[in-house]
Write a protein that binds this ligand. Sequence first.
Ligand SMILES: C[S@@+](CC[C@H](N)C(=O)[O-])C[C@H]1O[C@@H](n2cnc3c(N)ncnc32)[C@H](O)[C@@H]1O
Length: 360
Amino acid sequence: METTHRVFVGDSRDLAAVGDDTVELVVTSPPYPMIEMWDDLFTELDPAIGDALESGAGRRAFEAMHAQLDRVWDEVERVLVDGGIACINVGDATRSVDGSFRVFSNHARVLEAFESRGFDPLPDVLWRKPTNSAAKFMGSGTLPPNAYVTLEHEYVLLFRNGGESRSFEPGADRRYEAAYFWEERNNWFSDVWTDVKGELQHLEQPDNTERSGQDTDLRDRSAAYPFEIPYRLITMYSAYGDTVLDPFWGTGTTTLAAMCAGRHSIGQELETGFRDVFDERVERVPSLSRSVGQARLERHREFVEQRRAEGKEPSYDAVHYDTSVVTKMERELLFREVVETEPIDDGYRAIHEPLFDEGR
Ligand SMILES: C[S@@+](CC[C@H](N)C(=O)[O-])C[C@H]1O[C@@H](n2cnc3c(N)ncnc32)[C@H](O)[C@@H]1O
């Protein structure tokens, strides 16, 4: 099996390279309005934003920044199929503008934007992104009442395009083979993810991986999200054969996750330099996709053992793996590993094989 991963350099306020209703899932993280690291970028998109910030008009700057994101959300609505899901990772911002400290609620504003475009909001996820700075608590120290709570969480906002869920032909292999384990369902579909930095993340960035100076600098500037976030979302909300779009591609974490999950992808990014960073990351995809599948299998077997120790025998045998599963829906689950990637005209091609666990 092959998947294609197209990457375009350009402004996602216009996704001309992507046809209407051609994408089944959007997984993305925009630049967050009112976070200083993105001020210059937003000002380039609309110079009035710089003027508003300079004159201390915080609310006006916030709205003008979101007006730029809104144009991308218009495009998302156009390219996403009916019933397709959009997953938007976003954090709120705290900032003093004109001497007054306040929070700018990006998640609430993005939610409004999607709802007004006909998307149905679904229950969202919070994940913790701890700040390690000693100066993280702001305000009046240990004296009441003017100290402020530190923002250490981000949202994954979830929306369905239109009122109806996608449908599949009964017993569709591409859906059943893309199943996730019952215990993964219990963890991934809970509304607070406390373990995002754990589980699969160390496989993407093992401590002994050397990153070049350019790689480190650009990846820090790109504000890349943890691999685990797009990987989970892609596994939760798409089937094999689907296409995942990231209109704020950065260094391509979404594409990396789509490759490992065996889905097609499309990314678009303003900054030209990030493509080189991705070229380095893509080299690791064959080993990464294999370790991710193996890690999920191993964790599942630990779960089965523990369940047996508690006297609960899982009811079904998996078809492709030497293990039991709790529900009938998991029986056909089949991981796919990437055995090769190669550059093509506007991106990459990945060749996949079923992942069989030879070690057993
Ligand atoms: C929060 S980062 C996304 C990081 C990405 N998830 C990753 O893992 O590397 C937002 C990205 O959106 C890009 N960007 C901002 N506005 C854009 C626009 N209008 N069109 C395309 N890309 C844009 C920025 O250059 C930045 O790389």
